[in-house]
Each structure stands twice: as C-alpha cells, then as structure tokens.
Write a protein that binds this ligand. Structure first.
Ligand code: HEC
Length: 618
C-alpha cells in the first residue's frame, strides 16, 4: 500500500466536511487508496481469493454513508476501522457512497434516542399464554413450522396480506437478525448493535438496547429468576461472541457474558433456550477470511457449542468441535502457523427433549490436519456437554479464503483445498409417523435425514441442486408430513428454486424452478438464490429471496400463492429512511395473523436494505 502519512496527518488535524463523492487526488481518495482500495477494487476479486466477498466500488455506492461508518465502527470492517479516526471514517464513507454523512441521524441512533415510543408500556404476557414465534426455529426443535393455533393465518389468507407498517434500522446496509414474537411483543436486532422491543400491531417502540457489536441472531425469550428479581428475558448474541440477557419488559441488562475469547469469535446462530439453559454456537469467519495470508498465524479458531445458565450467564460447559491447535510449519514470511482450526457453528442448535441431547451442525476446517467433527452433526449431552455421537457428512473439507486447490509448499493454506460445503442450517428434530428424524440441508444442496436412535445414521438424502461454496443453506421447514428446501447455489449455473419432499422417506413431491428476478439481471447484488431459511404454515411454505421477493408456495403443488416485492423505499414508523433489498439467512416469521420479514443483505451476494416489514390482514 502507498504511504501517505503526510496526508493522513493533515486529515487528523483538518477534520471533515469535504463534499460527497470528491475526485481522485483528494484527501478522501488518499484515505481510500491507503486503507480500502487493496480489497475494494472496481472489479470483484477472483473467486477463491481473500477478498472475493468484498463489495466492489460500485456495490459500495449502494450503501449509505452511515452504513459504511457503522461497518467500520460496529460491523465487518471493525479491524480496518481501528486504523482510522472518526473524521477519516466519515470522509471515506462519503467518498465511497457519494452520499453525505448525516451526523445527526448517526448520533441519534448511537445515543439510543427512542423515536415513536409506545404511549403505554403494556405488560408482556407470560410465555405460553398467547401466540409466539420464539427463537430462530420457533422453539428448541427448530422445525420452522407455525401451527394454525399460533399463526392464525391460512394458505387462503396469504393473498390478502397488506403491508401494515415498516420500521427502519439506522446506519446499516443489512437486516439479518430474524425477529422473535413473544408475550405480545416483537423483538428485533440490528447490525448496529441495537435491539428493539416493538408493538407488533403498530411498530411503536417499547425500548431499545445497545449491544457492544452488531447483532445477527434471532432473539429468544423466556422466564428468568435471579438475585430476587424475576420476569422474562430476551437473549441474543453479538459479533464479538458476547451473549446477553435483557429484561424483556424494560430493556435493562440482566447479564452479559463473552462465551469465547478468540479475536475472531462471533455469534451468528441464535441461542436456543431450553429448561433454564441457553445453547449457543460460535463461528470464526474472520479467521477463515485471513487463512491464506502468509503473515497471519493461521489458524487457531475452534468452533464450540456452549451451555449457559439463563438466569446468571454462567457458562456451564463448552464443547469444542475440533482438537486444540498446535504449531505446524512456518510460512514463507516466517510466521508460525497453527492447526487444526475451524469447525464453526453457524446456526442455532436444536434440543431433543426426549433424548436430552443438543444437536449442532458444524462448518468446515480452516487449516490442516483434518478433523472428525467438521461438516457434520454433533449430538451433545444436555447436562454434561459430553459428545454422545457425531456424524461427519463431508470429511476433509479444509478451506480458507484465497487458497489454491493444491498448496504443497504453502503452510498458510490447507495442502488440498476442500469444496467449502459446510452446514449453516439448524439440525431440526422432527416427528414423523412413529419416529423422530434430524433433518437439515447442506451447502452441497443435499438434504439429510438422520436417525437420532442410531448415532445419526442416514435415513434418507435428497439432492436438490449442484451446491455452492459461497452463500449459505440457512434452513428447511418441516410441517409434520413434508420437508421443504430452498436452493441457494450462488456460484452454480442455476441458482434458486423450491422443493418439497415427503418427510418420512425423502421422496420428491414437487419442485418449482427459479422465479423471474425482481432485481433485474443476474449480477453482483442481484440473484435468484433462495437459500434463506424457510417458514411453513399449514398449506404453505414461505421464502424470502435474494432478489428481494417474499414468496409463499402452496404446500400441495408449489404454486405461488403470494408474492411481495420488498425492493422499495419505505416511510417508516420510526422515521429512519429505509429500503428493502436482498433477503437471505433469516426467514419470515408468522404469528397472530401477521407476517414479519427483514429485508436487506448488503455485501457481495446481495442488495443493501434496512427495513422490517409487518404484514397483516385487513
Ligand atoms: C484487507 C481487505 C479489506 C480492506 C483493507 C477493507 N475491506 Fe471492506 N471488506 C472486505 C471484505 C472481504 C468484505 C466482505 C466481508 C464479508 O462479507 O464477510 C468487506 C466488506 C465491506 C463493507 C460491507 C460491510 C457489510 O456490512 O456488508 C463495507 C461497507 C466496507 N467493506 C468498507 C470498507 C472501507 C470503507 C474500507 C477502508 C477504510 C475497507 N472496507 C477496507 C475487505 C476489506
């Protein structure tokens, strides 16, 4: 990188205020060239190189200046952000977006000014009374099914859904955390670290809490009792591996606990609450993205499943998915390398209440040597954290961004690069006929049904696409007779499409191909992928897609019952300028006759957006 310390020094003194989108040779251009340009070029970095996920210059123009500053302060660019002072962050944000940085709006959302506060602080209903969609998979089994009693929405109702209100997330380019509906409140979280309790009918805000980093997990709600206090708590995790318990009525912090000390550790999979315990996995994407670099001591992150006392935040056990990293060879740059590493847990685990087991799906390894528990499902004793069984579904998938297929003399990379076909979906516990199955899709576009009574042996598999390393398969939905899988296949020639199979034996029932894309032609930021988690109600399955469309398909034949295009600008109840974008990762939430969907997935694979949409019947 060029050395422009003189310019940087003058920036430090000069503050900001340069007009948006200024030209080359300016101070802001110098900041960009020094701190950003190496990774954010005009053309996308080649697949398989370290920056393949970095948005191009053009894609960055789709961000707001506040979202870029947030990425540098709270989000994915935190490490880069530490090199810049506040003024430089704003300058470069204005420069790459061509938009003005709205200091007042940014400050307002960083000082927790609650706009549109609910006029009455309605007491929450006790859990179990009234409808809920609790946590990522709607309960600890993770089936992503909402029965009629709680959903109060039939397949025939879907075409009558109307947008009731929209809520904007301030200063972000994505809306990735799935909402939770519980006790008559809607809990939503944002990449800027804010967690809000909203009124589901009107979208007014009861409270806003600010976490130390961006929050991507679906919150979970349940009772707590500690230190003479009791009530209901909302639980969630952040991008720095902190877990939180916040009083759900008042929004006050009950406890917070860092569940992993590795600098790359983050929580993406929602914590699952069962019997007074939270089960939560940890991922290490930041290290996976740096694995190929000669000057980084690759790799030392270890995925883990953690059990935490929901009342106190005490970590009860921590079970690693891989062995302890040991020194390996020294890189060409003279840096000591380590391994094994990886085995992230990306998704919410599930709880098998009958067998007292917690199931988690694991990610790929980042470094040699190969491990037994990557790319598979682990079954862990709920009380002790002991591994009862594990089933590796794809062995030896060592993968780090930027590595070649073969790396015989480069210890920064795995000797042979794997396909990066790991798991990002919950292993759901489903009951069908007289038996239980554990069902989940993989990035390989293979869905598995495993036998919980036979160490996770395969009962059936269903191949529904080609498979793709980039992107995720975030979860099927299971209605008791059918299993549904949406296809991501981001890098494959034919992405997108929906599939239903018979839950008992995996026999295909219907397949519907990719839909005409609402975002136009396939290009960076616009694609037909449908790898976002699905949501089933009696008679229909819902998907929110990368092209910005929410689609409901008939359970019986896959015909489309409802389509809503979220690629719009919205007037929001909280006054934050908001628009819809791509949808991936989290899925729609159905409860009490309403549908709640977050829209926006800024970055290489999606279109930015920052809106929560609430649909209801007339
Ligand atoms: C070492 C490489 C590197 C440098 C330097 C770098 N970035 Fe990035 N940036 C990335 C990668 C890789 C991603 C995609 C991360 C992901 O999606 O996981 C990214 C993502 C982003 C995003 C999208 C964040 C989001 O939430 O989706 C923004 C905005 C961004 N970078 C801005 C910047 C700015 C501004 C600078 C300079 C101050 C910068 N980056 C420097 C590699 C880099």
């Amino acid at each position: 990188m060029k050395v422009v310390s003189m310019l940087v020094a003058s920036l430090l003194l000069g503050g900001f205020g340069v007009s948006a989108g200024a030209a080359q040779g300016t101070e802001e251009d110098a900041v960009f060239q020094t701190y950003c340009a190496a990774c954010h070029g005009a053309a996308p970095a080649a697949a398989g190189t370290p920056n393949e996920r970095a948005p191009t210059r053009d894609l960055l123009k789709g961000f707001t200046a506040e979202a870029v500053v947030n990425a540098l302060v709270n989000g994915k660019m935190q490490a880069q952000g530490t090199l810049l002072n506040d003024a430089q962050k704003r300058l470069v944000a204005e420069y790459v977006t061509g938009k003005r940085f709205d200091a007042a709006a940014f400050a307002a959302s960083n000082t927790l000014q609650v706009i549109n506060r609910c006029s009455v602080d309605t007491p929450m209903r006790a859990m179990g009374r009234g409808a809920s969609w609790n946590g990522f998979g709607n309960g600890a089994a993770g089936t992503r099914f909402q029965p009629a009693t709680a959903g109060k929405l039939s397949a025939a109702d879907l075409p009558r859904l109307k947008l009731k209100w929209a809520f904007g997330y301030a200063n972000v380019s994505s809306a990735r955390a799935q909402p939770t509906y519980a006790g008559g409140r809607l809990f939503v979280a944002s990449e800027n670290g804010e967690v809000h309790a909203l009124d589901p009918r009107t979208g007014c805000t009861y409270w806003t809490f600010k976490a130390a980093a961006g929050v991507r997990t679906a919150p979970s709600v349940g009772p707590y009792k500690a230190g003479g206090k009791s009530g209901q708590a909302v639980y969630f995790g952040d991008g720095r591996a902190n877990l939180y318990a916040v009083d759900a009525q008042r929004g006050t912090l009950l406890w917070t606990r860092k569940v992993d000390e590795h600098p790359s550790a983050a929580i993406t999979g929602a914590p699952v609450l069962h019997d007074g315990r939270l089960f939560v996995g940890v991922q290490g994407l930041n290290e996976e993205g740096r694995g190929s670099r000669d000057n980084y001591p690759c790799c030392s992150f270890r995925g883990s499943l953690n059990a935490v006392d929901a009342n106190t935040g005490t970590v009860l056990w921590k079970t690693w998915t891989i062995d302890e990293p040991k020194p390996r060879a020294v890189s060409k740059a003279g840096v000591q390398m380590f391994g094994p590493a990886g085995g992230s847990i990306w998704s919410a685990p599930s709880v098998d209440a009958k067998r007292h087991l917690v199931y988690a799906a694991t990610g790929n390894a980042y470094a040699d040597p190969p491990q037994q528990m990557t790319n598979g499902v682990i079954a862990v004793d709920e009380r002790s954290g002991r591994i009862v069984w594990h089933h590796q579904l794809l062995p030896a998938d060592q993968w780090a961004m930027g590595c070649e297929a073969k790396n015989p003399d480069n210890p920064a990379c795995p000797e042979t690069l794997g396909p990066d076909m790991d798991f990002s979906a919950t292993p759901a516990v489903v009951h069908v006929g007289k038996r239980d199955l554990i069902v989940l899709p993989q990035k390989s576009a293979i869905a598995y049904a495993l036998d919980p009574d036979n160490k996770g042996a395969i009962v059936w598999t269903h191949k529904f696409g080609e498979g793709s390393g980039l992107g995720g398969q975030w979860g099927g939905a299971y209605d008791g007779t059918r299993a549904y899988f949406g296809l991501a296949d981001f890098l494959a020639p034919k992405p997108g499409g929906m599939n239903a199979v018979n839950l008992a034996d995996g026999k295909p029932l219907w397949h519907v191909g990719p839909q005409p894309m609402l975002c136009g032609e396939k290009r960076p930021g616009c694609g037909p992928g449908q790898g976002g988690a699905l949501t089933a109600i009696p008679g229909a399955v819902l998907n929110s897609a990368l092209d910005g469309g929410i689609r409901a398909y008939s359970a019986t034949d896959g015909s489309i019952l409802w389509l809503y295009n979220t690629l719009q600008d919205y007037v929001t109840v909280n006054g934050v300028k908001a628009k819809g974008g791509s949808m991936d990762g989290n899925g729609p939430v159905v409860a009490d006759g309403m549908v709640f969907v977050n829209s926006g997935y800024g970055g290489l694979i999606g279109t930015p957006g920052n809106v929560l949409l609430a649909f209801g019947l007339e």
